[in-house]
Design a protein around this ligand. Structure first.
Ligand code: HEC
Length: 160
């Protein structure tokens, strides 16, 4: 008698599971392997996290011991002749595999979220500007930076 009842219960349960699987209730959760990610990594913030934060840190503070500069003080570059282009020509950015629009987006995200003391009228980077910067890459980043540091000093400004 007990065995009979048990087999009815098992049969009912199996019917229920089979029915749901067929109608997609369980099927979607368990079977579908090609479901699209619900967290696309296309936002500027996630691109920063994926492509930049490994070296620059989530807060942009960098790693002085590894010569990764502090991005929070980037605003001063905008005041210097050639400084804005310099920021786009950085190898870590240009060589990140991001397309022109994404490079512009991630740079704008950095300025909007990490950079301190940015100018009131910050002009956003554009894809066209990035495309132009790509045409004349920096041969020597350290030298270009040193020149900008000297230019800054001559104007009473400071690049750390
Ligand atoms: C592998 C480590 C690494 C990654 C990844 C990286 N960077 Fe950098 N970044 C550096 C280093 C090191 C420098 C110093 C200049 C140089 O050596 O290229 C630098 C310099 C910079 C500068 C200039 C700052 C200054 O004060 O001179 C900017 C802007 C910048 N990176 C942006 C980015 C952005 C945005 C990303 C992500 C798309 C990124 N970097 C990814 C290591 C990295």
């Amino acid at each position: 008698m007990r065995a009979w009842r048990l087999s009815v219960i098992v049969w009912l349960c199996w019917g229920f599971i089979w029915h749901n699987a067929q109608s997609g209730v369980l099927g979607e959760a368990v079977v579908s392997r090609n479901a699209q990610s619900k967290a696309p990594t296309s936002s500027a913030r996630s691109q920063y996290v994926l492509h930049c934060a490994g070296c620059h840190g989530l807060d942009g503070s960098g790693a002085p011991q590894a010569q990764v500069p502090d991005m929070r003080s980037l605003a001063v570059f905008l005041k210097l002749d050639g400084g804005r282009e310099f920021l786009l020509k950085i190898p870590g950015l240009m060589g990140s595999g991001l397309d022109d629009q994404s490079v512009a987006n991630v740079s704008n995200w950095v300025f909007a979220n990490l950079v301190e003391n940015k100018p009131e009228k910050f002009q956003e980077f554009t894809a066209a500007e990035v495309a132009k910067a790509r045409q004349s890459p920096l041969n020597d980043v350290a030298l270009a930076r040193t020149k900008l540091q000297q230019l800054a000093a001559a104007q009473g400004l400071h690049i750390p």
